[in-house]
Design a binder for this molecule. Structure first.
Ligand code: 0GY
Length: 298
């Protein structure tokens, strides 16, 4: 995809509101991305969307405005397997960011070590056909075995309709797994709807499957706020799996250009899904710190 043939997409709010909810000290935005800047970090030739520049300075300004302390930057599909933009953002964070990479199967052990040095602590496997051309399960399993030695985990992005098909693949992953956006269930079915129950069955199958309770804007139609269906469906999940949940903004909200969410409103859903200070601290501080900064005291 080239910049001269396609308009670049802006998918983030120009002036997000200041949230009413004040995150606890040390709060981590555990799912966000950077785009470019393209002049320094060109997008992949296989990118399915061509975003505007949303670099580290913008991300860190939003972090401060929302009252967060740290970021986990997930390599976005538009950068393919070149993690330079993500590494650049981590390097500019002064220790306040770590990352999740997307890697080519041909990556060498030395290159994996360099990613670790650069702050990467996981790899992402993306199964969304609108984002990637293929998702080779056998290759992913091989990669998972290699990154296990670094103490990393696997982040998986899939939609609810392929959960059952993916179960043998998920069972074969030897590391801790984090599922993006709960595997995108239909939250309008409610907390006991079939897709939420299927996802709970996955969580119950292994103690080391975590999830991001993220993206009401992607999971609820029509898009909110107040995202009541999301809050109703997700609140019991946070209560039942309090040590295995993460939260993030998803900024700069890839592909949400037609329904750009206000990041302040997204933060204000936190006390509706994590209803006590204890749950909020686990969701925003203890859990992400255990996964991404295990070397630092909490
Ligand atoms: C997300 C969701 C999306 C995009 C990506 O890597 C990406 O491009 O993750 C999406 O379009 O659903 O989690 O950011």
């Amino acid at each position: 995809m080239s910049a001269d043939t396609t308009d670049r997409i802006i998918s983030w709010h120009p002036s997000p509101s200041k949230p009413r909810f004040v995150p606890p000290p040390g709060a981590v935005d555990a799912h966000c991305h950077v785009f470019g800047p393209m002049a320094d970090f060109p997008f992949s030739a296989q990118a399915k969307y061509l975003p505007g520049d949303a670099g580290p300075e913008m991300l860190f300004a939003l972090r401060d405005k929302l009252g967060f302390d740290r970021n986990v930057i997930v390599q976005a599909s538009c950068h393919g397997t070149d993690n330079a933009a993500t590494l650049n953002a981590i390097a500019r964070s002064g220790g306040k960011a770590r990352g999740v990479a997307v890697v080519d199967p041909a990556i060498t052990d030395a290159q994996l070590e360099a990613l670790h040095e650069g702050g990467i602590r996981g790899v992402r496997f993306n199964f969304l056909k609108r984002l990637v051309d293929n998702a080779p399960k056998d290759t992913f399993i091989e990669i998972a075995h290699r990154i296990q030695q670094l103490g990393w985990h696997v982040v998986i992005y899939f939609e609810a309709d392929i959960l059952e098909e993916l179960r043998p693949f998920l069972d074969a992953i030897p590391t801790l797994i984090v599922v993006d956006h709960m595997g995108r269930p239909d939250v309008t079915q409610g907390p006991d709807g079939p897709e939420m129950l299927a996802f709970r069955a996955l969580l119950d199958s292994r103690e080391d499957i975590w999830t991001k309770v993220t993206c009401p804007d992607r999971l609820e139609e029509p898009n909110g706020p107040p995202w009541n269906a999301f809050a109703d469906a997700v609140c019991p999940l946070v209560e039942d799996y309090p040590n295995r949940v993460l939260w993030g903004t998803d900024w700069p909200h890839p592909n949400m250009q037609n329904a750009v969410p206000d990041d302040g409103a997204l933060v204000d859903i936190i006390p509706r899904i994590a209803t006590s200070e204890s749950l909020q601290r686990k969701l925003l501080v203890t859990n992400p710190m255990r996964l991404y900064w295990p070397d630092e005291p909490i």
